[in-house]
Design a protein around this ligand. Sequence first.
Ligand code: NAD
Ligand code: FES
Length: 277
Amino acid sequence: MHKIITKKEIAPAVKLFEIKAPLVAKKARAGQFVILRIDENGERIPLTIANFDAQRGSITIIFHEVGKTTKQLGGLNEGDNIADIVGPLGNAMVSKKYGTVVCIGGGVGIAPIYLKIKAFKRAGNEVISIIGARTKELLILEEGIRKTSDELYIATDDGSKGHHGFVTDVLQELIDTKKNIDLVLAVGPVVMMRAVGNVTKRHGIKTVVSLNPIMIDGTGMCGACRVTIDGKSRFACVDGPEFDAHLVDFEELMNRQRIYLDEEDVALQKFEDHKCH
Ligand code: NAD
Ligand code: FES
């Protein structure tokens, strides 16, 4: 059992939980994730470790309430318990000195870049961050990212803050006007990561993306998280989640993410009906 120590709503329907998980916190590194189950009948869902504190014995997760399980999770409160947390899973990011690194986070995908920015800074890189969301209320962790980065650029789809448009517009402008960029790291919706990869490929800039396929066990046994990288099958949970953006088959990833949409809708509907009763 893992107690929820802190609960905050950091944007509409976006929740931050700090959870007691001392064994995970002791070993966690930037880029890794956990798989949690709310109760013994619960679905297993992967969530990036947004932060960890080995001394407090806690990890932080940030999630958007979009489906049945994330809505159920968001309904829990401080003092409630989560049945299982497995982790840390996946490979930690490689945070050596590259030079100038651009870190891009889209929507709730902003959450995982915070620890990565800190790791890149610790390794001696100049870090330029770009965060984007549909509207300004959905921009999360802005202050923390501003403090940790050398420069921060913001984009909103509706123009309510920063550049009116996508994070990729800002990236293109940086490439056109800025000095050399040595590495780009992007986390967010698959369409965004594909678009970032398309921009950087034209300029020959090494680019890493953190993939988020459906996962079940998180240990390389079920095959649910299979992705194709450079024409070869890889499991995102044990071989990733970070991969070279220029080698990822994004179309296949998008198709595989949609496999259970009907079942997910039914589960959400049943959950909402049950709540009404
Ligand atoms: P969203 O759809 O609101 O998009 C966020 C931003 O991404 C947009 O504001 C825009 O700047 C950019 N974007 C979107 N479409 C684009 C396009 N076609 N071209 C260029 N830029 C584009 O994001 P959301 O609804 O918050 O979803 C966030 C996604 O991040 C989810 O799919 C989630 O699964 C994923 N995620 C991934 C990880 C991971 O570790 N890989 C972690 C957390 C979240
Ligand atoms: Fe099962 Fe990766 S989640 S193999």
